[in-house]
Design a protein around this ligand. Sequence first.
Ligand SMILES: [Zn+2]
Length: 172
Amino acid sequence: MSIHRLDFSSLVIEWTQDGELIKMSFKGDIDETFKGESIEIPAAPKYLINAHSLNNFNSCGIREWTLFINSLHKKGAISFEKCSVNFIDQVNMVPESLGEGNILSFYAPYYCASHGEIDILLEKRHIEEIKSRHEAPQIACEKCKQALEFDALEESFFLFLRTDEEDLSHAS
Ligand SMILES: [Zn+2]
């Protein structure tokens, strides 16, 4: 399986095709050097974007990013995995950053009294828990087994997981 690579000044995109699935990974910043429409990716039924190393977005970058995601969505369904904390912050500020994409897993900021800040990967079971309990899952530090503290505002950080039905039930 060959790895294709696209270089921008502040970003590297790598992608591979495996049957119906195109896997893409983004490393770096989305800024004015990112040209979403110049990216030539073949049509495929499914795209999986690894957003683990997506760092900063600036306002020029986010416009290009949204165009890119929308054009990709016209070709196939998009899922995101291992989304960085920066990407989740971006999605919470500008929900269009996700297009119609689905987040499978993401990093959340936690804090250990002994080991400091640590980003924890939250997966499907955690996402279900957040949706039903509306609070950050309890996670133990891998090094010292102490309970980690969630290191952001739960309401703001998990905003992107709110469903429309919940918004309706809050309104009534
Ligand atoms: Zn610790």
